[in-house]
Design a binder for this molecule. Structure first.
Ligand SMILES: [Zn+2]
Length: 89
C-alpha cells in the first residue's frame, strides 16, 4: 500500500511495479489541467520504456529533451498511460 497526501487529501494506492523495469511506481499529483488525480509513475531513468520513448520523440523535435514515463491511473483501474517528462540527460 502506498499513501499519498497532499493538501489534506490522503490517497491510498496499490503497490504497483513497472512492467518494463520492475521498479515500484511512485505516486505523483498530476497538474490540474491534465484531468488526472494522483497517478503512479515509474521514475526510473534507466527504464527501457523511458529510454526508448526519448529516441522516438527526439526524431520529431531535436531540440527537446522530452521522454515518456510509464504511468498508471488508479482512477481508471490502473490503466497504463504515458506521462511526458523532461529527460535529465
Ligand atoms: Zn519502468
Amino acid at each position: 500500500m502506498v499513501i499519498h497526501e497532499y493538501a489534506g487529501i490522503i490517497t491510498e494506492l496499490d503497490d504497483r511495479n513497472c512492467p518494463h523495469c520492475g521498479k515500484q511506481l511512485e505516486p505523483w499529483l498530476a497538474p490540474p489541467e491534465s484531468g488526472w488525480n494522483v497517478i503512479l509513475v515509474c521514475n526510473n531513468n534507466s527504464c527501457t520504456f523511458y529510454i526508448g520513448s526519448e529516441e522516438d520523440i527526439a526524431h520529431k523535435r531535436e531540440d527537446s529533451h522530452l521522454g515518456c514515463r510509464y504511468a498508471e491511473d488508479p482512477d481508471n483501474k490502473y490503466k497504463p498511460m504515458n506521462v511526458l517528462a523532461v529527460c535529465p540527460h
